[in-house]
Design a protein around this ligand. Structure first.
Ligand SMILES: CC(C)(COP(=O)(O)OP(=O)(O)OC[C@H]1O[C@@H](n2cnc3c(N)ncnc32)[C@H](O)[C@@H]1OP(=O)(O)O)[C@@H](O)C(=O)NCCC(=O)NCCS
Length: 190
């Protein structure tokens, strides 16, 4: 059993101050915005970005360590939700990424019976997150070249991973068929 569980937070109520402190007190080097001011965090929270029809957010609660970060579920009105996972700096690199992502995946497939696949994306240079995806049984499905804007530098690739409900149920991974149909007769190159 995972030692990380999700505890739904109340972003505009009881948890508002703690969420503002978390978002503005940490650095997120692989997000479009590396740092967030307390004012911007509060504004975004109050606009509903952490809980509305499309979003829901939980603390990631570790049995021994307490809250280690947050996960925000996104696109909840679409058939395929996405997520944003943020572990606090002092807890990064300690092997908590995989149990955290497994807990998030369990939560989605257990509490959302109509969801048959779940997706996530990260920057190509976010090595830890890419390891976490693979170790947690997710499968790389796309590599969007130059798709992730970086302030003051060239864009980097965005790498997309997905997990199927049936893979989650069986513990197997269904591979992506990468080869284009050989029968199309298309030639490679110009
Ligand atoms: C990305 C993140 C969730 C990974 O979780 P983590 O607890 O730090 O990672 P772990 O300690 O579980 O390590 C997972 C793997 O990545 C490797 N790793 C950890 N930190 C690394 C680093 N800085 N560089 C390269 N590899 C790293 C570990 O060795 C491990 O690999 P292994 O399974 O082969 O041993 C966490 O670092 C985080 O929240 N970062 C900031 C926010 C973010 O980038 N979120 C992703 C948005 S989707």
């Amino acid at each position: 059993m995972s030692d990380v569980r999700l505890v739904r937070l109340d972003p505009t109520g009881a948890d508002r101050d703690a969420l503002v402190a978390f978002l503005s007190g940490e650095e997120f080097p692989f997000h479009v915005r590396r740092t967030i001011s307390p004012e911007d965090a509060a504004r975004t929270i109050d606009a509903g970005a952490f809980r509305d029809d499309e979003h829901d957010t939980s603390w990631l609660e570790h049995d021994g360590l307490g809250p280690i970060g947050i996960v925000r579920l996104e696109d909840l009105e679409d058939p395929v939700p996405l997520f944003d996972l943020r572990i606090a700096g002092r807890f990064r690199g300690r092997g908590l990424g995989v149990p955290a992502l497994r807990a998030v995946t369990d939560h989605v497939f257990t509490s959302m019976p109509t969801v048959s696949r779940f997706e996530g994306q990260t920057r190509e240079d976010n090595a830890a997150m890419r390891r976490v995806f693979v170790r947690a049984g997710w499968v790389k499905e796309a590599h969007y070249r130059a798709a992730w804007p970086v302030e003051g530098a060239a864009p980097v690739a965005s790498v997309a991973y997905g997990v199927l409900r049936r893979d989650w149920e069986t513990g197997q991974t269904t591979p992506v068929p990468w080869d284009d149909e050989p029968s199309t007769g298309l030639s490679v190159g110009r």
